[in-house]
Design a protein around this ligand. Structure first.
Ligand SMILES: *[C@@H]1O[C@H](CO)[C@@H](O)[C@H](O)[C@H]1NC(C)=O
Ligand SMILES: *[C@@H]1O[C@H](CO)[C@@H](O)[C@H](O)[C@H]1NC(C)=O
Ligand SMILES: *[C@@H]1O[C@H](CO)[C@@H](O)[C@H](O)[C@H]1NC(C)=O
Ligand SMILES: *[C@@H]1O[C@H](CO)[C@@H](O)[C@H](O)[C@H]1NC(C)=O
Ligand SMILES: *[C@@H]1O[C@H](CO)[C@@H](O)[C@H](O)[C@H]1NC(C)=O
Length: 780
């Protein structure tokens, strides 16, 4: 997984370098290599000699341009964006020298170099997967008044395929009058492609264009039309209208619908064939907030950098200040610890888990043993139990350097594999790509085995060849059979869709894990939601495997990734917003977190697919979302923009770095500890100092249930610390009343490993649960 990411980044780097070299050759006087910089401005610092901000920004840029022979024309082109809602400033093409000059200029708050983000599907790198939107848990909340509302969700992604039945607007009210967005047109996208479901569509490509060179309208639709499929899939997951009989070549047959079928979608296309660029993403967030979205769904991420250095984090802060709920994917870098992205506390960070649906397939060995796996293969050439094919594995347990490189392009000799079922190990190249390689070499089928990284987690794919994915343990058994048999044979069989899988949900192996190393006291991810084998609408110009050689066209596709779990949460947030328009983004997040469940359908604690053991809050955050209960959480932990700022004051930022989050604010109300942010999850860290044996954190609960409510607290026991909650009852007498409590942690011993548990406030109807993590630093 990481290998392929690096490979594609390297490719990108090469493209970038060759473009820059080219431009140097072409531009006679170009000692300047220009890159895009995002420049945050203090809008209140504009001297009154300027009549508007754009004029001021232009003059700022003018003032640092090298006095070379560059034409006026060129200078005019330097500014590619101005930002004015969630963020204030501009993006401009500058040389490093010019950018440095600007950094020290009056009115400039911060400068961010352009960075590249990636979509969080498992498809391209390694995790192509699948799921359905038919959610038993959400059926109950399908009442009329929830379908009839004006909540608008902005989806930052690869665009949208407007012809999909999921975007049929029959039965929806007129476009809400508060909506100020637009329907931008271009190749393959006309005004009438927007409707009462797709209320807005915009494109953002200046940063992409500046970074990669000429925009090719033949490679990319220079319009909101989605040729990738990812954006159509995520938008439909958020708010797709119900479509009966949806399926992928017969798999996952049923009704596909978004989490909030009454909500409206605004598509903001920020990802292109060459990637997603921060100046474009920032402009999309800024525009979306100005357009009037209520929720932003962002299924992409870059690396992790400090709060003030991450432009998406800064833009999300601005969106949150305007009351917009921002949901982001946690990343697909699991099960490695500390692999999360998008960890700012004002963002809802969503991990992925499985559903109770599977796509079983079998491998039957020549000696009669049957191995269970999964597949989404459908074709004329369905292998059957009847016929056994020779089975071949090109690696051996001891000699092969890296078995994951066995079925890469150009590695299979047709003389050896023709007519056989080939065993390939997962990793390095996309799973469907390995199937393609086996097919090209004349293989009859493929068995894809997990490596230790994926354990027993099975992700089904729409392969171009009969193929079954099996777990690591089964893979070992299979390879052992091949290596110890004179004449190893196997057959494959495909059994379509199976429901009621137990246990489920299970935290996906690929879902990025905590701890949140930016701030240990802020537990991340926040929640997990379905992100494995998700069925949703698809683009009409690309096959379900996304391979260029795939000529199949499907209306729905099955994908996996935290890219798929994020829009589930965005959609549920839209439902909460429709029922409780006055709730802040933090209140919505609190409702999602405190009602999440941490048990699977076998009533055992949620498991981790990578180990098959119990998962921890580092894997699942507060737990699995529970939409029905989230509508009526009883209490919420609310947080205002100034509270997040007070939290930032604990993060050792310089005044300049803090200014990124509000020039106006000062740290005179800094929290005593970052753990005192009124977060719905609790994470405390006993520092190295041995003398510190007691810590106290504070929380304030707001009553959103019945006016007169009496809650009492229950806390799970910990080996290393004793917990006391004061007071241990909360007696509310009116709605929106706030009552505070504190938790005193007294250390008993200092276990080496963090400890996990929870705190629950109960009133007999509601259970308001916060996960608790205690980390004990080794004493010095
Ligand atoms: C939208 O759905 C309605 C009701 O199901 C149906 O009559 C209509 O044909 C659909 N529109 C399109 C463009 O498919
Ligand atoms: C078939 O071979 C596998 C691998 O060597 C072995 O685990 C299994 O027990 C064998 N099955 C039978 C029925 O002999
Ligand atoms: C800064 O604070 C002043 C006074 O509290 C307020 O009027 C002004 O709107 C604030 N500016 C910003 C950018 O928040
Ligand atoms: C904190 O700072 C703000 C803004 O500078 C100021 O208005 C306020 O009076 C200060 N509060 C205290 C308690 O010093
Ligand atoms: C809440 O009410 C109960 C009795 O119903 C009482 O025992 C308890 O002390 C009260 N809690 C607080 C914090 O006042």
């Amino acid at each position: 997984m990481s290998k392929i990411t690096i490979t594609s980044m390297e490719k990108m780097g090469c493209m970038l370098t060759s473009f820059l070299l080219l431009s140097i050759v072409l531009t006679s006087n170009a000692q300047l290599v220009k890159k895009t910089y995002i420049i945050q401005m203090d809008k209140s610092a504009m001297p009154n000699t300027f009549s508007n901000h754009l004029e001021w920004y232009s003059s700022k840029v003018q003032s640092v341009l090298s006095k070379s022979v560059e034409s006026e024309m060129d200078n005019e082109d330097r500014i590619i964006y101005t930002y004015q809602t969630a963020f204030h400033g501009l993006a401009a093409k500058l040389s490093q020298e010019e950018a440095e000059k600007l950094e020290s200029s009056q009115g400039v708050v911060a400068i961010f170099p352009e960075t590249k983000y990636e979509l969080h599907t498992t498809r391209s790198p390694t995790f192509l997967g699948l799921e359905t939107l038919h959610h038993h848990s959400t059926n109950k909340i399908w009442s009329k008044n929830l379908v009839d509302h004006d909540v608008i969700v902005g989806v930052l992604d690869t665009g949208i395929w407007p012809e999909s039945e999921s975007f049929n607007d029959t039965g929806l009210r007129e476009v809400p009058s508060h909506w100020k967005g637009a329907c931008e047109t271009g190749r393959g996208f006309r005004k009438n492609h927007c409707n009462k479901k797709i209320v807005g569509a915009r494109i953002f490509y200046h940063g992409y264009e500046a970074a990669t060179g000429k925009f090719d309208d033949q490679t990319d639709y220079k319009s909101p039309r989605d040729q990738d499929g990812h954006g159509t899939h995520t938008a439909a997951t958020v708010a797709g209208s119900p479509v009966h009989g949806a399926n992928l070549q017969g798999y996952a047959y049923g009704t596909a619908r978004g989490m909030a079928p009454g909500a409206r979608i605004a598509a903001y296309k920020v990802c292109w064939t060459g990637g997603c660029f921060s100046s474009d993403i920032l402009s999309a967030v800024d525009k979306a907030v100005a357009d009037g979205v209520n929720v932003l769904s962002i299924s992409l991420g870059g690396g992790v950098s400090s709060y003030y250095h991450d432009s998406l984090s800064v833009a999300a802060f601005g969106a949150m200040e305007k009351g917009v709920f921002v949901s982001c994917s946690a990343g697909n870098a699991g099960p490695d610890p500390a692999s999360l992205t998008n960890v700012s506390p004002w963002i809802t960070t969503v991990g992925a888990s499985t559903m109770d649906r599977d796509f079983p397939a079998y491998v039957k060995l020549g000696n009669g043993t049957k191995i269970t796996g999964v597949s989404l293969y459908k074709g004329k050439n369905m292998l059957q139990f009847k016929k056994q094919y020779p089975l071949i594995y090109m690696g051996s347990s001891s000699t092969s350097p890296d078995p994951r490189s066995l079925c890469l392009e150009g590695t299979l000799d047709p003389k050896k594999v023709s007519g056989k079922i080939v065993i390939c190990d997962r990793g390095i190249s996309p799973r469907v790509q390995k199937g393609q390689v086996v097919k090209n070499a004349g293989g009859s089928g493929m068995i894809l085995t997990n490596t230790a990284a994926n354990g027993e987690e099975l992700v089904a794919d729409c392969h171009l060849i009969p193929a079954v994915a099996i777990g690591e343990k089964e893979g070992k058994e299979l390879k052992n059979y091949v290596l110890t048999s004179k004449k190893a044979t196997a057959s494959l069989a495909f059994l379509n869709t199976r429901l009621g899988i137990r246990p489920s949900p299970v935290v996906a192996a690929f879902s990025s894990r905590g701890p949140n190393f930016l701030t240990l006291e802020i537990l991340k991810p926040d929640v997990v939601a379905p992100g494995v084998n998700i069925l949703a609408a698809w683009s009409g110009v690309i096959g379900p495997s996304s391979l260029p050689t795939d000529n199949r066209r499907v209306k729905f596709n099955i994908l996996s990734g935290t890219s798929m779990s994020c829009p589930h949460v965005s959609g549920i947030a839209a439902l909460l917003k429709s029922k409780h328009p006055e709730w802040s983004p933090a209140a919505i997040k609190s409702a999602l977190m405190t009602t999440a469940y941490v048990h699977d359908n076998t009533i055992k604690p949620l498991r981790d697919a990578s180990t098959a053991e119990t998962s921890t809050p580092y894997d699942h955050g507060a737990g699995h979302i529970n939409p029905t209960r989230a509508l009526d959480p009883g209490l919420v932990y609310d947080i205002e923009p100034k509270d997040y700022f007070d939290f930032l004051c604990t993060q050792k930022l310089t005044p300049t770095q803090l200014a990124v989050f509000g020039k106006n604010r000062t740290c005179n109300h800094s929290l005593a500890s970052p753990g005192d942010l009124n977060y719905p999850a609790i994470s405390v860290v006993f520092p190295e100092k041995k003398s510190i044996s007691s810590l106290t954190i504070h929380r304030t609960a707001t009553n959103v249930g019945p006016p007169v409510s009496k809650y009492h607290v229950i806390v799970s026991p910990f080996k290393g610390a004793f917990l006391k909650v004061v007071p241990d009852t909360l007696n509310f007498t009116r709605k929106y009343q706030k009552l505070s409590y504190k938790i005193i942690f007294t250390s008993k011993s200092r276990p080496a490993e963090p400890e996990f548990g929870g705190l629950v406030w109960k009133d007999g109807v509601h259970k308001v649960r916060s996960p608790i993590v205690i980390t004990y630093m080794a004493p010095i």
